[in-house]
Write a new protein. Sequence first.
Length: 82
Amino acid sequence: MRKGLYTIDSIENGLVRLLWQEDESVEEYVADSSFSYEISEGLMIDVKEATDETFISEPKHDLTEARRNAMKKRMERLKNID
């Protein structure tokens, strides 16, 4: 796993799919038990340290909320296009 920002793309059967923000074609799969905080789809996390077996991360709630708000605004603009 690389250091940097990831988005939790999906959580299924205890497996979390992470997309690396610098190149969303880069995916990582980790167990949901790897997180010491509550996670949900769409949450952005910052991986501070990583090895092949473990990683240290922190949730980025402010970035997550800003991204969600930007997406809501885009969706509203698209709905209003005639």
